[in-house]
Design a binder for this molecule. Sequence first.
Ligand SMILES: [Zn+2]
Ligand SMILES: [Zn+2]
Length: 344
Amino acid sequence: MTHERDAGRWLSMTLAQPGRPLQAVWREQRPAPGPGQLRLKVRTCGVCRTDLHIVDGELAFPGHPVVPGHEIVGVVDAIGDSVSGFESGQRVGVPWLGHTCGACEPCLAGRENLCPQARFTGWQIAGGYAQFAIADARYVFPLPARYSDDEAAPLLCAGLIGWRAYAMAGADIGRVGLYGFGAAAHLIAQVAVLQGREVFAFTRPGDRAAQDLARSLGAAWAGGSDEPAPRPLDAALLFAPVGALVPLALQAVRPGGTVVCAGIHMSDIPSFPYRWLWGERRIVSVANLTRADGEAFMRVAAELPLRVHAVPYALADANRALDDLREGRLAGAAVLRCGEADQA
Ligand SMILES: [Zn+2]
Ligand SMILES: [Zn+2]
């Protein structure tokens, strides 16, 4: 480990073109933070399903090579001009929302997640599948000390987006169904249980590992998404990118209940009889996050003892982590250890 200024090669895992594996790119110069920016030495970065959608070309390719990763845990390594409130060596987190215009109607109304000029970490902005990252200091926040670097990374999207989806279901829910029991569901299940709610976990049919994980985290019931809910649900949160789950979830919720689609991409939703929606059931989507969501969820995560099931990979093994996520071979959340590439 060297502290010499700008010395030593550093690694990023870069997507040159969608549909291709990430390539290891070594650089000599550390990126310099501009005004308002921080340079972070990345410790860990979570692997999110959105990264897969970018790599697989299901989200628009931005037209330049992409460094994925929007669950960045790093320490402040250099501070740009006109940044206050951060000190060198401080541990911080960088989420998906990386820039907003601050002037449009949604921004001014507290819905910056819907800003048409928003830019996102690990998509338009180089992300955390790298040993260094540059972030706009206004979109960076401190992380609860109770979580290790491996544990903190999944909080930054799986936790945050899970939290926004959960909040969107309303405060008066008692029984909540989680469809797709991966990184987000395993965190939000614990929040729901700790807040006195009954959790029903719907996994890929036959995915015993995910069902066992769900039960161990307090789920009242765990089974396949092809099974009917044992009791009517007040809300269903969909974390799997499978449109066919929407009609299934609608049939599982009571009249007046809500189905929340939490992913940025989903396969087409098949048509279904109107009577399944009838009874004031609602289908809503969750788009991105606001900084207020981030602050609110980090307060919750600081108070509640969430058990984060992080599955660590070396940064250089990012393609293997993505493959494992794509194939459903993961129970919990994949996390890249970016600091370890120092030895490469
Ligand atoms: Zn994400
Ligand atoms: Zn805006």
